[in-house]
Design a protein around this ligand. Structure first.
Ligand SMILES: N[C@@H](CCC(=O)N[C@@H](CS)C(=O)NCC(=O)O)C(=O)O
Length: 205
């Protein structure tokens, strides 16, 4: 199994963290985003969108971080604790995967792109989106439950972790969100979990 990724990418971190949680051996293939490797024909043949992460498992090519989480849960978790079979719980998991793809991308991920890489995105708006989703959704939701769905960690937690953990790199403080901070720490304490590395570690900033 090969994971095309980059250490600076929160989307890639979701896939990497879940492979480690499941204990699935894989080969990490680093894609040089700054060098434009993701725009070259060899990579576009894997993902015409030119985005990482991409998982290649024999003949199966899976693009999109949340699709990779679903694929791995269906192929490597026979107990189905990470993606419950119960339709109501599975629907809840999907609703958080959607939050990870929309609100967390438009909020903390975009704010971080501005601060770390000078992306031309409205930073004020990204911070407002992040604060709205953290303050109105995550913080109250995690007040009386340890995980986003049910009583055990699921791929919903894995998908939402990465960009919330590094939100401060985008100028978003996690200080007002103690329940969110406790949840991040619970995830980091899971056996095998690899935390999202900080920009300081990766870029020396
Ligand atoms: N919906 C995709 C988004 C992936 C994504 O935006 N990846 C970024 C890195 S964090 C990327 O490859 N950007 C390169 C580009 O868009 O040019 C997913 O969840 O995997």
């Amino acid at each position: 199994m090969k994971l095309y990724e980059s250490p600076i990418s929160g989307h890639a971190h979701r896939a990497r963290a879940f492979l480690h949680l499941l204990g699935v051996p894989f080969e990490s293939v680093e894609v040089d985003l700054r060098g434009g490797e993701h725009r070259k024909p060899e990579f576009l043949a894997l993902n015409p969108l030119g985005q990482i992460p991409v998982l290649v498992d024999s003949d199966t090519v899976v693009r999109d971080s949340t699709a990779i989480l679903v694929y791995l849960a269906l192929t490597h978790d026979p107990q189905r604790t990470w993606l419950p079979r119960d339709p109501g719980l599975a629907a809840q998991v999907q609703s958080w995967l959607s939050v990870s793809s929309r609100e967390l991308w438009a909020g903390p991920s975009s704010a971080r792109l501005v601060k770390l890489f000078g992306a031309t995105i409205d930073h004020e708006r990204a911070v407002a989106t992040a604060d709205a989703v953290l303050g109105s959704l995550f913080e109250p939701h995690l007040a009386d439950q340890p995980w986003l769905v049910g009583t055990r960690p699921t791929i919903a937690d894995v998908a939402c972790y990465s960009y919330i953990r590094v939100a401060p790199e985008g100028g978003i403080s996690l200080e007002p969100y103690p329940n969110v901070r406790a949840w991040l720490e619970r995830l980091e304490a899971l056996p095998g979990f690899v935390p999202m590395p900080s920009a300081a570690e990766l870029l020396g900033t």
